[in-house]
Design a protein around this ligand. Structure first.
Ligand code: ADP
Ligand code: ASP
Ligand code: MG
Length: 475
């Protein structure tokens, strides 16, 4: 067996039913004869939502909802098992699934008793869906006579202890990949790894954040120094726009790591935002492919320069909040104020999506994910307490009713008049622009508008830039 390694990641819909799991097994079988294959799986679609809602019900002492959640989880996975596997496998697979679900049940019951939902307990229980889908996929591979071994992400990926969004420790993870995965692959087996989870150095389970199995796959590909990563999902690749906003969104044949990273950080759900960094560093190409249309070429992501002009894709985020800070006295130094505000945001470990500043009035605003706004505000109010108390600063403003859109493309560099065209296209639809930012790399133009206008603005730019498929291609 040549020791070229392919990592394949299957998302929620790509393992979302017995039929999907069986075609995933077929896609793996198609590669396993040619090279070493490590597979990363998500939970079946909607399962992680259901698991988290069940834990939440536990912490509210809603025992009926906990029972309902468990029954639904059991029913979904048992039904998939029955449809997928020959009858002589049902009893033993059901028993192992019960074992996985019992462990989840114990955590949910702990929450019922304590009426609390500690993050570290959530992280122990949340990857239950991945454990179940990995089990089903291994069974499907066995039925297809492909030898596989199930590996839990928490044996492999070593992380810090930021529960709910842990950060990998790459050297330790690479050492685990060598000692655990490499012998499996060298022995001709397919490794089936649960995505989304890891563990701290002392073995406490963690998760990498929602949608994190893309990131798991990237971490594992980098740890194995893989030749390629294929991410199987339910669309034909990276599209020029979220297909739920623009039905004529077009597949991009090829994008650079930078373009894909900008798109995912600015809301393109098809990739977890942190996925590309470890891959770009090692120059491991990625292909985003549709498991429901496996003959399609997908989108290739690599360092290869792409010859293209102007904007390539538009993306948007609606769960964001705009924080404004304004000096009430011109005697305050705007630069110092901004430096302190940024330091406070950094201490709160939040991601700044956009920053803009007016130099005359010493006002500036920052855009953050809504889930992080309380943490930033607390940090800012602490850092600027004196200025706020003495009226040197206006009260900090927060606007939750905004949305962010971003136009992305390497070819935007040096395309004169592009920003103006985008603003005109938006204004023509009577949408008010609240803030604008363009990074010095000129790869992205980010625009803040009212959330209610976000879809209108996104489709206006998509159309203005001619990104949709031609009318005759729209069946
Ligand atoms: P998976 O479960 O396979 O990880 P996700 O639901 O996380 O899949 O991501 C795929 C979804 O991302 C698509 O079904 C699509 O609706 C959405 N999406 C949003 N923006 C884009 C885009 N620019 N290109 C492709 N898909 C996008
Ligand atoms: N199952 C996890 C989630 O739904 C991880 C993933 O699908 O990537 O967030
Ligand atoms: Mg995903």
């Amino acid at each position: 067996m040549p020791n070229h390694v392919l990592v394949m990641k299957f998302g929620g819909t790509s393992v979302g039913s017995a039929k999907a799991i069986s075609s995933a097994a077929g896609l793996i079988a198609g590669q396993a004869g040619h090279r070493q294959v490590a597979v990363v799986v998500s939970a079946m679609s909607e399962v992680t939502d259901l698991l988290l809602a069940t834990l939440e019900a536990g912490s509210r002492r809603d025992s009926e909802a906990v029972e309902r959640g468990l029954a639904r989880l059991r029913e979904m996975h048992f039904a998939a098992c029955e449809e997928l596997l020959p009858p002589d496998r049902h009893a033993s697979v059901r028993e192992r699934m019960n074992g996985i679900l019992d462990a989840f049940d114990r955590v949910a019951r702990g929450m019922l008793l304590l009426m609390e939902r500690p993050l570290r307990a959530v992280d122990r229980a949340a990857p239950t869906g991945e454990r179940l889908s990995a089990l089903l996929l291994c069974e499907a591979l066995q039925a297809a006579r492909i030898e596989s071994a199930r590996v839990s992400g928490d044996e492999l990926i070593v992380t810090d202890s930021v529960f709910g969004g842990a950060n990998p420790l790459f050297d330790e993870t690479a050492a685990n990949a060598e000692s655990i995965l490499r012998p499996l692959l060298d022995g001709g087996r397919v490794a089936v790894i649960t995505g989304y989870n890891g563990a701290t150095r002392d073995g406490t389970p963690t998760t990498l954040g929602r949608g994190g199995s893309d990131y798991s796959a990237a971490i594992i590909a980098s740890a194995l120094r893989a030749d390629e990563l294929w991410i199987w999902t339910d669309v034909d690749g990276i599209l020029s726009c979220d297909p739920s906003i623009a039905t004529d969104a077009r597949r991009l044949e090829e994008v650079t790591y930078n373009e894909a990273a900008e798109l995912s950080y600015n809301g393109a759900k098809v990739l977890h935002p942190r996925t590309l960094a470890p891959l770009a560093e090692m120059d491991i190409p990625v292909r985003i492919r549709n498991s429901f249309n496996p003959a399609g070429a997908g989108t290739r992501i690599s360092n290869r320069p792409v010859k293209s002009l102007g904007v390539r894709a538009i993306t948007s985020l609606s769960t964001v909040s705009l924080i404004s800070i304004g000096a009430a006295s011109l005697s305050l130094s705007g630069a110092q104020l901004m430096a302190r505000a940024l330091a406070a945001a950094a201490r709160a470990k939040v991601e700044l999506l956009l920053l803009t500043r007016s130099s005359f009035r010493q006002n500036f605003c920052m855009l953050v994910h809504s889930a992080e706004v309380d943490a930033v505000l607390e940090g800012l109010r602490e850092e600027l307490a004196l200025e706020l108390a003495h009226g040197y600063l206006h009260p900090i403003g927060v606007d939750h009713s905004v949305g962010l859109l971003a136009a992305v493309g390497e070819g935007m560099r040096g395309t004169p008049g592009l920003a103006g065209r985008l603003f005109t296209a938006i204004s023509r639809r009577k949408v008010n622009i609240i803030a604008i930012a363009q990074g010095s790399s000129e790869l992205t133009i980010a625009i803040v508008v009212n959330e209610k206008d976000l879809r209108t603005a996104v489709s206006a730019i998509h159309r203005e830039c001619g990104l949709g498929r031609p009318a005759e291609a729209l069946a």
